[in-house]
Design a binder for this molecule. Sequence first.
Ligand code: FUL
Length: 451
Amino acid sequence: MKRLIFLLTVCAFTFSITVAQNVRPVKPLPTERQLEWSKMEFYLFVHFGPNTFTDLEWGKGTEHEEVFNPSNLDCRQWCRIAKAAGAKGIIITAKHHDGFCLWPSKYSKHTVAQSKWKNGKGDVLQELRDACNEYGLKMGVYLSPWDRNHPAYGTDLYNDVFVNMMKEIVEKYGPFFEFWWDGANGEGPNGKKQVYDFPRFEKLMRTIAPNTVVFSDIGPDIRWVGNENGIAGKTNWDFLDTAGFTRGAGGPPQEVLNSGNENGKNWIPAECDVSIRPGWFYHQQEDSLVKSPEKLFQLYLKSVGRGSSFLLNVPPDRTGQINEHDSTALVGFKKLRDESFSTPVAEKDFSLSMAQRSYTANIGSVQMINCVLLREPIQLGQRVKSFSVELLNKGKVVYEMEGTTIGNKRILTFPKTEADGVRIIIKSARAPAVLSKFAAYLIDEKLLEKD
Ligand code: FUL
């Protein structure tokens, strides 16, 4: 019955075209690999390594390899939980700042091979690769350029080490959907800061992994969102000007990373990274501080719902498995998304061949709604600068709200209102605007977006 009502509602939709114009792509445009990445939306981050066992966040690099000894590592358990949470992939810290490699690298003596775990025969990246294949998840890697252990760090030779490690993991454990270069950069053992050869690193990645998006503060493919709270700007452009900026301390101001550059030259969308716990690594004393399903839903609205992606860190505990506190929160978060978004009150995909200045959706009968979802077809470029949403009831505007950018996805929530129609008016745009999707929902009131 619910399905029948839904179908009738959808069929009752009509769309008025006030001004129709042919649509041409407007630059900058996403590459194929960036478009693929934009479909990922929600995926997990896994911080795991010596810090898990020493209770540190930034290992010093002097930790004995023996500290790394998970009692019952199970990457299949990570994948089962990722699937149950509706995440589409997992990015693992192959090497964090302490330099410890979760795979038996030929280019370091600070790896799983020197640990006692599985008598030095273990390989976390291989186990995760196999589990991701089995569960149909995409795999990504975080490889910290900053290395507090490697003897070559702080010299030119370290650039060769980093290149060799990238090649090694791409060849052995790829393909990766994303490769993460952290911006943190400290002193080397010789007191010098590393001068990274990023142009060489970028060229290498394009050659050995052309379909992999590369993340760093300033791209080249994906940018940091400017905070570690998982929150994108309400105005969020997929563009960034990178000229004159470097990774780390020399990056653009955090507000710019948060909102992008409206007239930016490069397509470099934001990714929202945040941990489910206060720290990035597992600490037992934080078990009671795991974010609730409601809090995670808020972050979803402020990341995916603002045209960005949601990279949620879920750190395994000392057994090598995701702790029950975290898995319970993740399953609860998935339930909230399903309850909210699986049965739209109204929904419509638009033709992309015409640009419109306003879209009027007749719901057919009066319905209660408190959430609207809009999408732009980003393969044609990001266009909308500002818009308003009017809720209509018997021809009258009963509620109105304003928005700025839309991008890949924009989710707006508002107090529940009875409406028999919705009008979206494009107020300003970089080029004739086109929407690809509209949907309206009635979600639990306690889930409405809070500032
Ligand atoms: C930061 C790091 O310093 C943190 O330890 C963590 O890995 C986070 C995702 O990025 O820059």
